[in-house]
Write a protein that binds this ligand. Structure first.
Ligand SMILES: [Zn+2]
Length: 313
């Protein structure tokens, strides 16, 4: 049996969100070195603030400033910081109840080692030198043995408030596709599409997962399918993806390769986007050195009859 493949896989995207009035004030406050919480109807102060009372579900807007000092309520040592974390040296993740607040805020504490951290220790905000209206405007917390700092009495109203943030999301891991997909990927490098047939229902799965999800039995009989196929359904993409060099609009389609009982997806090219249709016959287009088809283009054959692919939608 050939070696099962594995490779590093990074899934990364910028998550753009708009801020309501409360989060806007909180993050704009950080930009101005002011920590804001919100008062609930029963008089508690929540930091970080939320938009709805966790007890009554009422909308809450009553902003109140708290001190940039506080007390650690619990913590965990991070001995190996990862990319994108607040500090690049080992540090403590801490929950800090700011002076004047009733709830705690998650952040990093810069400390020489776990022996220097304990629940109940006093800390203060270390502000980032450059601040833009983000939680990272608090660079971290640091040990502090003075009295609670005095809030400045800020109203929570700011010039040029932050109204939205872009939070980069990233998942970084090693992916192994398993035995069946390893065979599929290895066949693709020879420009062949190889699936597996279920011994019970006879369906051919491409790409194969190693088992039939309907019958619950392992698949092992390899079946070559394609290279041609039929567009079973499609969508027109009008939003340009970051880092993807494809002009919009373009068509992304489900394509049932000849002999497969499952449609896979691919981009359709070589035809105006508004002429792509269900039943269109297509073939893969490879670029030099690629491990999968760049896109599929019309073969020029007559369209497939609906009855031939209606079970593959
Ligand atoms: Zn089956």
């Amino acid at each position: 049996m050939p070696e099962v493949l594995k490779a590093p896989l990074v899934v990364e995207f910028p998550f753009t969100r708009s801020l309501g009035p409360v989060q806007s004030a909180f993050l704009t406050g950080l930009r101005e070195r002011v920590v804001l919480g919100v008062k609930t109807t029963d008089g508690r102060t929540l930091v970080p603030p939320v938009e709805y009372d966790p007890v009554t579900a009422e909308e809450i807007r009553d902003l109140v400033e708290v001190a940039p000092t506080g007390t650690v309520t619990t913590w965990a040592w991070n001995h190996a910081p990862r990319r994108g974390q607040p500090l690049d040296t080992p540090f403590a993740w801490v929950l800090v109840r700011m002076d004047g607040a009733d709830t705690a805020l998650l952040h990093a504490l810069d400390a020489p080692g776990p022996d220097a951290v304990h629940t109940g220790m006093r800390v203060r905000v270390r502000w980032a030198e450059e601040r833009s209206g983000a939680i990272t405007d608090i660079a971290c917390f640091e040990p502090y043995d003075g009295d609670p700092a005095e809030p400045t009495g800020h109203s929570g109203e700011f010039e040029a408030p932050i109204t939205g943030i872009v939070a980069p999301a990233r998942l970084d891991y090693t992916y192994s596709p398993g035995r069946a997909q390893t065979a599929y990927i290895n066949a693709l490098s020879a420009r062949r599409a190889v699936g597996e047939r279920c011994p019970s229902c006879r369906k051919v799965y491409v790409p194969p997962r190693g088992a039939c999800p309907t019958c619950g039995v392992a698949t092992s009989e390899q079946v070559e399918v394609g290279p041609r196929g039929t567009v079973t359904t499609f969508c027109i993409v009008n939003i340009k993806a970051k880092n993807l060099d494809i002009e919009v609009p373009y068509v992304y389609a489900h394509i049932a390769l000849d002999g497969a009982d499952l449609a896979q997806h691919g981009r359709i090219g070589g035809i105006p986007y508004d002429q792509v249709r269900m039943g269109l016959r297509v073939e893969p287009v490879w670029t030099e050195g690629a491990r999968f088809p760049d896109h599929y283009r019309p073969t020029g054959e007559p369209d497939a009859e609906y009855d031939t692919y209606k079970e593959l939608l």
